[in-house]
Ligand binder design. Structure first.
Ligand code: ASP
Length: 348
């Protein structure tokens, strides 16, 4: 459990876009101390005793919802769980009225997932407007952001490099490939913010239909010729010289230290964006053969849930020599304890 008082003033955690180095390092250090708590025989601390954490999940989730619930319980908070299908939303109640119901029950922290971008921000704004002290934590909003996933990925990587003292600067100069359905991925967006902040070299690789338009103009001319005709591009400046965009897998994987592969989010696809899953796997699937392009000690991450045999081969996913997928899930509890602790400890 953290013993020193850490600098923390953020009230809501909605995005990583404006996270500072000090905030990243505070989260990493705090998560490391909670990882130690979780390795003890008694895995519980009284830090948030008496506080109420409500998990408001308007979209399905396994890992994020369960790990926020476990994190809150390990901190001795009381937890409330909401799922749309069994709630009064089926009777027409609005999202804001649902949030106000939890406020009236004395909720201190709302952990919110919604299929539409901006819902956690809207609830946070309403809580502030009402003059409450409720904090909102974005647990994934549409295609916008998934900050706790970005932070747990960061913690997983930094801990692999220096388990005792995970910190942002450890990723500086590392080559990290983010591969797959980037256009629909809030995980990719949060990771881009944290990885760029760390000084890593970030390589995005996806077919043109799965890359946000914003990035299309950064694809090299050489790749345009071999991939497909150029897409219409907006006039936006190159976000950062650390970000590289590819329509092919190979340049992203060459000498990579880490590969983050993403699920094909079929539920968000409004059109047929791919010829076939088989062809996608052949071109962008992460397999043992594809990993030969990377550094020999490369590690693979995936936020889950996984389409086995589509974005990653099934055997690779289960191979502890390469796969960090289970480590990510374990990190998720410590990181979410850290986030609840940091925003919750100022309330008591
Ligand atoms: N679990 C992650 C999310 O909620 C990734 C995914 O669903 O593919 O965004």
């Amino acid at each position: 459990m953290p013993t020193t008082s850490l600098p923390w003033t953020r009230h809501h955690i909605l995005s990583l876009a404006d996270f500072t180095t000090a905030e990243y390092d505070t989260v990493l250090r705090t998560a490391a101390s909670f990882r130690e708590v979780l390795s003890r025989r008694t895995k519980k601390v009284p830090t948030l005793q008496g506080q109420v954490v409500a998990n408001l999940f308007f979209e399905p989730s396994t890992r994020t919802r369960s790990s926020f619930e476990l994190a809150a319980k390990r901190l001795s908070a009381d937890t409330l769980n909401f799922a749309t299908a069994t709630s009064s939303m089926t009777k027409g109640e609005t999202i804001l009225d649902t949030a106000k119901t939890y406020l009236a029950m004395g909720c201190d922290i709302m952990v919110i997932r919604h299929q539409q971008a901006g819902v956690p921000n809207a609830i946070a704004a309403e809580m502030d407007r009402l003059g409450t002290r409720v904090s909102v934590l974005n647990a994934g909003d549409g295609q916008h952001e998934h900050p706790s996933q970005g932070l747990l990925d960061l913690f997983t990587i930094a801990s692999l490099i220096d388990s005792d003292n995970p910190r942002l600067e450890l990723l500086k100069g590392k080559k990290i490939a983010i591969v797959g359905d980037i256009v629909h991925s809030r995980v990719a967006r949060s990771n881009i913010w944290s990885l760029i902040a760390s000084g890593a070299e970030v390589h995005l690789a996806a077919p043109p239909t799965l890359l946000p338009q914003l990035f299309a103009e950064y694809v090299s001319d050489e790749q345009r010729e071999v991939s497909c005709p150029p897409l219409p591009t907006p006039n936006s400046p190159l976000p950062t010289p650390q970000l590289f965009v590819h329509w092919q897998l190979e340049p992203a994987l060459r000498d990579a230290d880490f590969v983050m592969t993403l699920r094909l989010q079929k539920e968000r696809m409004t059109a047929n964006l791919l010829p076939s899953l088989r062809e996608y796997h052949q071109m962008f699937g992460i397999t043992r053969e594809a990993l030969r392009l990377c550094k020999s000690n490369v590690k693979v991450l995936h936020p889950g849930p996984v389409n086995r045999g589509v974005e990653i081969s099934s055997d690779l996913m289960d191979d502890p020599e390469f796969s960090l997928i289970q480590a990510q899930v374990t990190s998720g509890v410590a990181v979410r304890m850290a986030l609840l602790y940091l925003i919750g400890s100022g309330k008591v």
